[in-house]
Design a binder for this molecule. Structure first.
Ligand code: ADP
Ligand code: MG
Length: 255
């Protein structure tokens, strides 16, 4: 499999009123097509900064990022970005929310409309298309946010703490849901989370960042000896605890 994302010696300094802040230092890793990679690390270590650099929203102070072999110099249609808040507009219906990205790109074609309807049907939201976001549960809203991202057909999904606002039970269900959708749609995914369990349950690899300035502390290969892997079945697998303890130790949280 080919590398779809290549991060090479990336560093990031922010200018602030109190001087320069080094957010990231010498970050290198790559992601293969179809792979699911989680990024964990303490709060403020530069996780969001790293995703923003990969997305092309901000540029790094040093190093390069390549997507499918091409150097990132700005935002790209190959990338879909999903954040902690679902950012649905309460005055737009579910369908109008799903179509927002296409409207902004002036890409509302009959094919795109059909794709939106197909996605809504496949993922159980078609009958809610005329409802408004505040009529839906948190989990459903997050699914709408994912469909809005998928409708523009990105190859890579960047998820920044996308599930952190949900309560624990809902989060488990939404993890399962979103994982299944991402795999079915054949997407490559990069998930930033501060939740070790969530990072293991979804990923093929976990990248652990050190506290600021964020550097790569360790990369863990996550493999389970189960037939049909999903986040929930991973959590049940005997290996889960072993990965959890390794990453917990690596994170080195002082209690
Ligand atoms: P994380 O997502 O891991 O919590 P961030 O990437 O948001 O971390 O931030 C990393 C560090 O960079 C933090 O110390 C934060 O205060 C700082 N930072 C982030 N964005 C900016 C900015 N626009 N200007 C100055 N400092 C910033
Ligand atoms: Mg963050």
């Amino acid at each position: 499999m080919d590398n779809i994302v290549e991060v090479h010696n990336v560093g990031m300094n922010y200018q602030s009123p109190n001087g320069e802040i080094t957010a990231l230092k010498d970050i290198s890793f790559s992601v293969k097509e179809g792979e699911f990679v989680s990024i964990v690390g303490p709060s403020g270590c530069g996780k969001s900064t790293l995703l923003s650099i990969i997305s092309g929203l901000i540029s790094s102070t040093s190093g390069t990022v390549k997507i499918s072999g091409e150097k990132v110099i700005g935002t790209s249609r190959k990338i879909g970005y999903m954040l902690q808040k679902d950012h649905l507009f309460n005055w737009r219906t579910i369908y109008q929310n799903v179509m927002l990205g296409l409207e902004i790109r002036k890409a509302v074609t009959p094919e795109a409309k059909e794709r939106a309807n197909e996605l809504l049907k496949t993922y159980g939201l078609f009958e809610f298309k005329s409802k408004y976001p505040n009529q839906l549960s948190g989990g459903m809203r997050q699914r709408v946010a994912l469909i809005r991202t998928l409708v523009t057909d990105p190859q890579i999904l960047l998820l920044d703490e996308a599930f952190s606002a949900l309560d624990y039970q809902t989060r488990l269900v939404v993890n399962e849901d979103i994982y299944t959708i991402i795999k079915k749609e054949n997407k490559t995914a990069l998930l930033v989370t501060h939740d070790i369990g969530e990072s293991i349950s979804m990923a093929d690899r976990v990248v652990l960042l050190s506290k600021r300035p964020g550097t790569i502390k360790e990369i863990y290969e996550i493999k389970f000896d189960i037939d049909k892997r999903t986040p929930l079945s991973s959590r049940d697998a005997p290996e889960f605890r072993h990965f959890f303890q390794k990453i917990w130790k690596g994170l080195d949280v002082h209690v």
